[in-house]
Every structure is written in C-alpha cells, then in structure tokens.
Write a protein that binds this ligand. Structure first.
Ligand SMILES: [Fe+2]
Ligand SMILES: [Fe+2]
Length: 154
C-alpha cells in the first residue's frame, strides 16, 4: 500500500479516536451530567481545522490523480468534495448546539444528542466508504509521487 494511503488510514484512526471521545462526552450529557466542555470544544476545534488543512487535501490529490489516470474507475468513487462540505456543515451544527448549551439557551437534550450523533455517524460512514472504495481504487494507480505532500499547518 502506498505511503500516502497508509497516512490517510492512520489519520482515520486518529479521527475515530476523537469521535469516541465525543461519543463518551455525549453519553455523560445524555444521562444529565456535565460533560468536560473543554474536551468537547477541543474536539470541535480539531475537526474545524485539521481535516480541511491536512486530511482532505491529500484525498483530493489522490482522486485527482485517479481521474487523470483512470477516469472510469474515478467515476465510481463518488463526490468527496461534496461529502467534505456536508461534513463541515454538520460540524457547524454541532458547534452551534454546544454554544447554545453553554450559553444556557433553550435546546432539547434530545436535539443536541441527535445533532452530535448525526455528525459522528456520518463521519464514520464517510471514512468507511473511503476505505472500502476510494483508497483501493487509488492504491497503485493514483498514489505514486504523493509522498512529499505536507500539511498546510505543518
Ligand atoms: Fe474524506
Ligand atoms: Fe478521509
């Protein structure tokens, strides 16, 4: 497996760890206790910054290479750009819900739970789809020459 895909898979593992942290804090919230909001906000900030500056650009690059080298196969991998945009929208809903909870605005506990769970489950579905469809398509075809990619944030 090429280096860049191995890095992307490792990043998915890191993302999954953070989703579990968020899930754990959500279960604290669900049972009526106070989650560690410092942790929740740190996870939200990670998702605001990291994927767009470091993870998604590498995925865009492998898909672009795949399109150039094997357009037929590339057509099977779906629209990552749109999915990433929708993920960012869901994250904004999460950030807004947490902001409202922290400023004591009226919001049903169930509504907050639905918004956060929706974000978590779509992130998981998206990563699973990439690992099932996008990465295998890109492996060996699109990933050569991407090993020198560096994140914008370093
Ligand atoms: Fe992605
Ligand atoms: Fe990904």
């Amino acid at each position: 497996m090429s280096y860049v895909i191995e890095v992307l898979r490792q990043e998915h593992c890191n993302i999954e760890k953070l989703l579990r942290v968020l899930e754990r804090e959500l279960s604290v919230f669900d049972r009526g206790d106070r989650p560690d909001y410092e942790v929740v906000l740190a996870v939200i900030n990670y998702f605001k910054e990291y994927p767009d500056s470091c993870h998604h650009p590498k995925e865009d690059m492998i898909v672009e290479k795949l399109k150039a080298r094997d357009p037929v196969r590339a057509a099977t991998v779906g629209d990552l750009e749109t999915e990433h945009r929708e993920g960012a929208k869901r994250l904004r809903q999460v950030a807004l819900a947490v902001e409202r909870v922290l400023s004591d605005q009226d919001l049903l506990r169930q509504t907050v739970d639905d918004i956060v769970r929706d974000f978590i489950s779509h992130e998981r579905q998206h990563m699973a789809m990439e690992e099932r469809i996008v990465f295998p398509a890109a492996r060996g075809v699109a990933a050569r020459g991407l090993g020198r990619y560096r994140c914008k944030t370093g």
